[in-house]
Design a protein around this ligand. Sequence first.
Ligand code: GLY
Length: 345
Amino acid sequence: METIRVELAERSYPIVIGAEVLDQVRDFIPAEVAKIAVVTQENIPHRPDLEGLDFRVFTVPDGEDAKSMSVAAELAEGVAEFGLSRSDLVVAVGGGVVTDLAGFVASVYYRGIRYLNVATTLLAQVDAAIGGKTGVNLPAGKNLVGSFWQPSAVICDVSTLSTLNPREYSSGLGEMAKYEFLGSGRLDARDLESAVARCVAIKAAYVSRDEREGGKRALLNYGHTMGHAIEALGLAGKSEHLYHGEAVAIGLVFAAHLAHSLGRIGYNELNAHYEVVERMGLPRWLPEGLDVEETFPYLERDKKAMGSMTFVLESAAADGLEVVRGVSREDVRRAWAEMLDGRPR
Ligand code: GLY
């Protein structure tokens, strides 16, 4: 078992990573808490043992549909009816959908009450449950309504990952692949607990330095600009439906092609992206039949784009990742065409 801290002065908190650590939730329930709202989904087979405490379980719909204003409103009404007070606690048990939604409701209920994340998917353990980004989706875009509201603890029980379906697991690997470009070293050389802890340590360090994404935290979005566009086009029925981390894996390879075609990296760095994504068994081809022109409305609407296309790209000169603004449609078209040609040999 390992504990890593997000350091944010009085809002600092621990992240516990280990096997069979689910019930450690109890260690993080302050004495003044009278009632606990557990937020989860029907298909999540894990519940921390809260025997003897006054808690109620709120199940929200499965899938991304749960991240909506109407489900958030229903949940807030439910916890109000339960009598949750300002000094009480929300416990989110699940993947990113649950932690984003429950965290959002906790952030606005009584103008903000404590919540605690029990992350039961690989993706939530290495990314979504950490860092205090909460939110719900609008028809106009993902996570358009939300807040920065830090949890008071995060529990990453790696034994819960054995019940994930293979594609959900692989989706988490997509986020993990990103960390190999943020200095994690080879994650497959570690056991699962230590690989999760390595990713958590990197994320915690970025969040501790830049909570509100004014600077370097944006590097955690590596692979996400094209990844989000491809994921959204899949959800809109315009191409194959991909899980978030699968789309991120393709987004990582695309970002490498873009950096390569802009002369920022050489073949070795480009090939390293293929190598990582292949090693993790993730998809590395653009969805069949998808037209690059379809991606522009998403790339230009990306909430991190600020008026022009913005990508996180590797740069050999900077020896790492950088936020690159002002990427043109022509740049994207060229990189897309190169990626369709495949991995350079
Ligand atoms: N998922 C990226 C971040 O939390 O900043």
